[in-house]
Design a protein around this ligand. Structure first.
Ligand code: URA
Length: 232
């Protein structure tokens, strides 16, 4: 894809379009090895270098983060510390903006995907595509008998909703601990499903998204994924 030089720089979060002129005057920008002097010059991302480095993820970003507790997935500053603050400042200035693929609550930890590819957000959050997400929950009381059958039945109707939850798989790990596999992502769904049966979720951690797992990724850190990770 070809774009104006100042557009590449501003869309990838280096500087504003107005500042691009100054970056060129400071001899920080080259096109095909030659110092650039026209912010309107069109070029491919591969031709452009900043401070003699290739552009940072010019084709898009897909990240897998281990979300820590206490951070929201909203961009609204008034909602408190967010997951975007954990990313490099340049990525936080990108346009299109980096957003989460679905959300985890402030009090939920675990596997969170972030991207600037809106098509990927739509595909992976649409219930139509039935991407499995696995949550590990601990509860404030013993799991009631028959919970697995109820969650699997596709008949559980949550408060204020008119369509029942899609069948979900419950794997019991202990008297107060279980893994729940969901293929949809309703608001606070795991907490509300357990709450509907009188159980409060005490801790919640997402351990899997589609075929992806966290591995040994430390809390609050992320790793880069290829953009075609979900293309098969
Ligand atoms: N379900 C919830 O209740 N909370 C989350 O963060 C994710 C799924």
């Amino acid at each position: 894809m070809w774009r104006r030089l100042d557009q590449w720089l501003s869309n990838l979060g280096y500087c504003s379009r107005r500042e691009a002129r100054g970056w060129m005057d400071d001899e920080r920008i080259t096109i095909n090895g030659q110092l650039a002097d026209d912010p309107g010059e069109r070029c491919a991302s591969t031709a452009l270098r900043v401070d003699d480095e290739p552009l940072d993820h010019p084709d898009g970003l897909l990240l897998l983060m281990n979300k820590p507790l206490g951070r929201v997935c909203s961009h609204e500053a008034r909602e408190g510390p967010n997951v975007y603050d954990l990313l490099p400042a340049r990525w936080r200035r990108r346009n299109p903006q980096v957003t989460t693929i679905g959300r985890l609550d402030k009090d939920t930890s675990g596997l969170l995907l972030l991207t600037d590819q809106s098509a990927l957000v739509h595909r992976l959050t649409s219930p139509k595509h039935k991407v499995a997400k696995i949550y590990r929950a601990t509860l404030n009381r013993d799991l009631p008998a028959g919970l697995g059958e109820l969650f699997a039945s596709g008949t559980l109707l949550l408060e204020d909703e008119t369509t029942p939850c899609a069948p979900a798989e419950l794997r019991v790990l202990g008297p107060r601990e279980a893994e729940l596999t969901l293929t949809e992502g309703r608001f606070h769904q795991v907490r509300r499903m357990f709450a509907s049966q009188g159980c409060e979720v005490v801790t919640l951690d997402r351990v899997r998204f589609g075929h992806l797992e966290l591995g040994d990724l430390a809390l609050g850190t992320w790793r880069d994924l290829p953009l075609d990770t979900f293309s098969t």
